[in-house]
Design a binder for this molecule. Structure first.
Ligand code: GTP
Length: 434
């Protein structure tokens, strides 16, 4: 059953019960009214019968024409009243017919009485008294019967009132029962749907879009559930496209960050990234009083390589140098292209001598894995300036310190390492290029 039908039944039920009660009360009122009408009717009969009776007694004492005339007049009135009776149920109508029959006999008796009164003899007196007594008895029977008529009417009213009360009570009881059952079923329906909906909302809150709500039937709640499922579907699609968009943004942001911080040729960090990272590491080193060093690496006679083999080969040499350096670095170290054929390796938690050792390992690698072009080995050497952070410097100071060491290395004939302190850590491993 549709919800709006179920809700519509409530006011309709109340209206129906009210109308039933109203009609019953009207009916009872009409019944009471008809009993009153009958009482009045019977009272009129009583009055006329009383008048006929007193007229009879008077006539008995004084049998004049006036009393005969009055009798006839009253009797005519009584006949009229009996003729224009109210509508009666069959049992009461039977009684009334009997009263009418008695009434018809009254005149016959009275005419005989008149006759006997006119021809009064001692022999007829007894007969006259007999007719008179019979007349009185008949009049009293009419009174008694009419009283019975009222009693029957009252009894009938009581019976019908009782029936009516039973009927109203039954309607009220059945109506209240039906409405209660309807209200209970409605509340169960609403509660079930609300529970279903609550589960759906909780699933949505938890990000579960696959929890499709199902409900049998085709009522308004089902339409609501369908709308909810549709909303969930739209939400799922929106969320998926938003997630895909976010993923795309993240990928592009990462790519942009990579481009912005990477040297396009060698794929090591660029100078910008170096500056950022150096600031971080310097702050960290100052905080923990941990060592921080850097290498400033410069390929020796690089111009000569470019001039001899071409710029493209020079590029490959720089890439080769970077890959070999990365192979010997630690994970937290950072290599960056500082400019041209110059590279910086930032070394957290590394003191000056440790940095010098790393520079030596790079030189060794270059020696072990020389660069080859078209099967021909092109010997590459590097000069390295090493500096260590003293906690009171700027990055420019630190670079300048390393640059001075690099200058010394160059001055010392290249292919060697100079620490910012005036001592050579490692001797030149190969002086052939000098
Ligand atoms: N192939 C190539 N060459 C570069 C690049 N950047 C700078 N160079 C070249 O590197 C050379 C550096 O030459 P110089 O500054 O004279 O130094 P050098 O020849 O290495 O001599 P020293 O440093 O004194 O040993 C120049 O010829 C630049 O053109 C690059 O990205 N690729």
């Amino acid at each position: 059953m549709k919800l709006r039908t179920q809700l519509f039944i409530f006011p309709m039920g109340v209206v129906f019960i009210t109308v039933c009660i109203f009609i019953s009360l009207m009916w009872i009122w009409r019944q009471s009214d008809s009993v009153l009408e009958r009482e009045e009717y019977v009272a009129e009969i009583h009055s006329l019968v009383g008048q006929l009776e007193s007229n009879l007694l008077l006539y008995e004492e004084n049998p004049t024409r006036a009393y005969i005339y009055r009798w006839e007049e009253r009797h005519k009135q009584l006949t009229m009243v009996l003729h224009h009776s109210p509508t009666l149920p069959s049992d009461q109508q039977t009684l009334l017919n009997s009263i009418k029959g008695l009434n018809r006999g009254l005149n016959v008796l009275f005419e005989r009485l008149q006759y006997l009164s006119r021809n009064s003899t001692p022999e007829t007196d007894a007969l006259r008294r007999h007719f008179k007594d019979k007349l009185v008895t008949q009049l009293e029977t009419i009174v008694e019967d009419s009283k019975q008529l009222v009693v029957m009417a009252r009894q009938s009213l009581r019976d019908s009132q009782l029936n009516q009360i039973i009927m109203i009570g039954s309607i009220l009881l059945i109506g209240a029962l039906l409405l209660s059952l309807l209200a209970m079923s409605l509340s169960v329906r609403i509660r079930n749907y609300l529970d279903l909906l609550k589960g759906g909302i909780k699933a949505l809150e938890a990000g579960n879009f696959s929890n499709k709500l199902t409900s049998a039937g085709e009522d308004e709640f089902c339409e609501f559930i369908n709308e909810f499922n549709q909303m969930q579907k739209t939400l799922e699609e929106t969320t998926i496209s938003r997630d895909a968009l976010q993923k795309e943004i993240d990928q592009r942001t990462y790519a942009l960050k990579h481009i912005a911080s990477t040297d396009p040729l060698t794929q090591v960090s660029n100078r910008r990234k170096l500056m950022e990272q150096a600031e971080l590491e310097m702050a960290r080193a100052s905080r923990h009083k941990s060592p921080l060093s850097l290498l400033l690496i410069d390929a020796d006679h690089f111009k000569k390589i470019n001039d001899s083999y071409g710029h493209a080969v020079g590029d490959q040499v720089l890439i080769h140098l970077c890959r070999l350096s990365e192979a010997v670095m630690r994970e937290n170290d950072l290599i960056a292209r500082y400019g041209g054929e110059e590279f910086v390796i930032l070394l957290p938690h590394t003191d000056l001598s440790g940095a010098g050792e790393l520079a030596g390992r790079i030189q060794q690698r270059l020696k072990d894995q020389p660069f080859k072009h078209e099967g021909q080995v092109i010997p590459i050497t590097i000069s390295v300036g090493v500096a260590s952070y003293t906690y009171d410097q700027s990055f420019a100071d630190l670079i300048a310190q390393a640059d001075r060491a690099l200058y010394q290395a160059k001055q010392s004939g290249r292919n060697c390492i100079r620490l910012s302190e005036p001592k050579v850590v490692l001797p030149a491993s190969d002086q052939s290029l000098h």
